[in-house]
Ligand binder design. Structure first.
Ligand code: PXG
Length: 438
């Protein structure tokens, strides 16, 4: 390594899910952030239309979180996670359980959404075995599902690009995704068409025999693959089929949790209770990595057997329930409660939907989908150049001071829940201008 090139040689850092060559030719470097805005190293102010990567739900640089983290590092920087604990993480588990419906009341901590998914899948398999039902080893995901980047997550996930290079784990099958442009175009909230797609689970169950299936995992609203809102009645049907055959139902709420849809969790909004919920992102407002799984009581109880000194579930991470992440999470939950941010998102969702749908009719806009404080805007691809048009829109928005997300030819917006109406106007106003020029 040529030391003279340090410290700002962009070449060395292999960036995740990034077009490295494009970025390094024309870097977008964030210098700081506060409230609803990022500030770039070249001095530009950028309105955050995406809450970072769907995680900064309470807005940037919250002093309460910074103070809690600072204090925690000086008080207890780290405590071993295995065979030992620290009081705050028990408080956090209780507070998260209190946010959940029904008996979703046992929390397992990890450090990311990907780890949360691996954890939930392992709990599902171990749960059936603990109950003497060891033949249930099959996992069912869904096309266009994103469940992080672990081997379990990419296997149950339904994104070809994330799967094609890896064998993944065996014993996996997939439901069809729930999006149909012809039937659902320009939906506000849940589309009316598509509940019957849940019945595909019966077909899959018959194919493999229900007694071999352990669990079904879905995002209640698919975020990463372009804001696919569940059709009315769809999740209810999935729940009913899972109950009929004894499958565990896992909701991956890594994006939908912590107010994003205008309710605490998607389970609250849709009134369908899964057996496990994966969470991450918003739990710490994105400030310190943390994720976890909330499991129903009967799942936890099934593990509590054998000799008392035996480890009941051979799984965990050095940083499970890390004191600093815990402190950030507790401070974040305080903000959500004090500022009533989940209800704030709900209160803004009609205004948000009106603003997003006002882009209907602009060039190349073929669909707009909204729910809570999320919008997906689908563009007609440039002939022979998939994703190019949306990438151009993303770059132009950034140059003009707005951060949005782009996946394929779909744009996604999901601002911090502190967003003001004037900022919603600014987002869609600017996006509309850019769309006219692309
Ligand atoms: N499950 C879901 C539903 C997710 O959305 C993960 C798991 C994985 O989380 P980690 O913390 O391991 O990244 C995610 C992550 C995007 C985007 O722009 C979405 C995610 C991450 C980065 C970008 O849509 N979701």
């Amino acid at each position: 390594m040529d030391q003279a090139a340090l410290p700002n040689d962009l070449e060395t850092y292999w960036m995740p899910f990034t077009a490295n060559r494009q970025f390094k030719a024309d870097p977008r470097l964030m210098a700081s952030a506060e409230g609803m805005y990022y500030y770039t190293t070249d001095g530009r102010k950028v309105l955050d239309g995406t809450a970072g990567l769907w995680c900064v739900n309470a807005g940037h640089a919250r002093p309460e979180i910074a103070e809690a983290v600072h204090k925690q590092i000086l008080t207890l920087d780290y405590a071993p996670a295995f065979q030992m604990g620290h009081p705050a993480v028990f408080e956090l588990a209780s507070r998260l359980a209190a946010l959940m419906p029904g008996d979703l009341d046992h929390v397992f901590f990890c450090n990311s959404g990907s780890e949360a998914v691996e954890t939930a899948l392992k709990i599902a398999l171990a749960y059936h075995r603990a109950k003497g039902d060891a033949a249930r080893v099959r996992l069912i995901g869904r096309e266009r599902g994103y469940h992080g980047v672990g081997f379990g997550g990419i296997s149950v996930g339904g994104i070809a690009g994330n799967r094609k290079l890896y064998a993944g784990i065996s014993g996996v099958d997939h439901l069809p995704h729930t999006f149909n442009l012809a039937e659902q175009a320009f939906s506000r909230g849940q589309p009316a068409w598509g509940a019957h797609l849940a019945d595909e689970l019966e077909r899959i169950a018959a194919l493999h025999d229900p007694s071999t299936i352990a669990a079904v995992i879905v995002e209640p609203m698919a975020g990463s693959t372009g804001v696919l809102v569940p059709p009315k009645g769809y999740l209810e049907r999935l729940r009913a089929i899972c109950d009929k055959h004894g499958f565990l139902l896992i909701f991956d709420e890594v994006i939908t949790g912590f107010g994003r849809l205008g309710a605490g969790f998607a389970t609250d909004l849709f009134g369908v209770q899964p057996d496990m919920i994966c969470f991450a992102k918003g739990v710490t407002n994105g400030v310190v990595p943390m994720g976890g799984v909330v499991a129903r009581k009967h799942i936890y109880d099934a593990f509590m057997q054998g000799p008392e000194i035996a480890v009941e579930f051979a799984h965990g991470y050095t940083y499970s329930g890390h004191p600093v992440a815990t402190a950030a999470a507790l401070a974040t939950l305080d903000i959500y409660a004090r500022e009533d941010l989940f209800n704030r998102a709900k209160g803004l969702s009609d205004y948000w939907a009106d603003a997003a749908h006002s882009l209907k009719g602009l060039p190349n806009v073929i669909d707009i989908r909204t729910i809570g404080l999320v919008a997906g805007i689908e563009l007609a691809p440039l002939p022979g150049k998939p994703a190019q048009r949306a990438f151009d829109v993303y770059l132009k928005c950034f140059e003009r001071g707005l951060l949005i997300r782009q996946t394929g030819d779909i744009l996604a917006l999901s601002p911090p829940l502190i967003v003001e109406k004037s900022q919603i106007d600014a987002m869609f106003g600017l996006l509309g201008e850019v769309l006219k020029s692309c």
